[in-house]
Design a protein around this ligand. Structure first.
Ligand code: PGA
Length: 249
């Protein structure tokens, strides 16, 4: 089995300001992490963050993209524009976009396909709600989300990006999935990928997201099918993000 290098991505969500970002970037540059990292600021700060991380190994990612390539789509941002600003990555299908902006499994899959066509590496998010978990439907929901993606994207294409398993009930709640709970779903995800393309499945990073903190990262990342994390709240504090990255070594 190929060794998958750990990947830790910072999802800043709708946070930051030019001055706060400068301080974050200065801290990050003072102790650049040894694992692969991606920083995903809001669209408007992509250029600032790309410039601030220029001499580091860190990747730059956006948090969303438009399904269209260009034209009369007021307020939208195309994948090609993200590349133009220095991004290599893009988060697709985050549960906040699914819940608040009506992104269905089909839209998320189409956005992953669009990201790949634009030349971006997608971090595609899947995960169940608390109600779905308590109703015993975790597996069914996560597999339906994954199958929608696999109808439009090959496993090899996903291996160039990443999947992120983010149980919705663990996001921003301080309630993390136990390493065993997460590992169980990650293993199911990898098995499904392997059903389509075994070699690419073994190379695909499946990140865990949902209240990852410096104190719980190492145990989560030590699970065999957890290949890093997608970090929200804790990524806003540069030193916490660096501590999480250190746990991925
Ligand atoms: P959290 O968010 O780390 O704040 O729980 C994770 C995410 O939403 O990607």
């Amino acid at each position: 089995m190929p060794v998958r290098a750990k990947l830790v991505a910072a999802n800043w969500k709708m946070n930051g300001s030019q001055s706060e970002n400068e301080r974050w970037l200065a801290t990050f540059r003072s102790a650049p992490p040894h694992c692969e990292t991606v920083v995903c600021p809001p669209f408007v700060y992509l250029a600032q963050v790309a410039q601030g991380l220029e001499r580091t190994q860190a990747g730059i990612g956006a948090q969303n993209l438009c399904l269209q390539v260009a034209g009369a789509w007021t307020g939208e941002v195309a994948g090609e524009m993200l590349i133009d600003l220095g991004a290599q990555w893009v988060i697709v299908g985050h549960s906040e976009r699914r819940a608040a902006y009506g992104e269905t499994d089909e839209i998320v899959a189409a956005k992953a396909e669009r990201a790949i066509a634009a030349g971006l590496r997608p971090i595609v998010c899947i995960g169940e709600t608390l109600e779905q978990r308590e109703g015993g439907r975790t597996q069914q929901v996560v597999m339906a989300q994954l199958d929608a993606i696999l109808r439009r994207c090959s496993v090899a294409q996903l291996a160039n990006g990443a999947l992120a398993y983010e149980p919705v009930w663990a996001i921003g709640t301080g309630r993390t999935a136990t390493p065993q709970q997460a590992q169980q779903v990650h293993a199911t995800i990898r098995a499904r990928l392997a059903g389509a393309d075994q070699a690419s499945a073994a190379a695909t990073r499946v990140l865990y997201g949902g209240s990852v903190k410096p104190g719980n990262a190492a145990e989560l990342f030590s699970q065999p099918d957890i290949d890093g994390g997608l970090i929200g709240g804790a990524s806003l504090v540069a030193n916490d993000f660096l501590a999480i990255c250190a746990a991925a070594r």
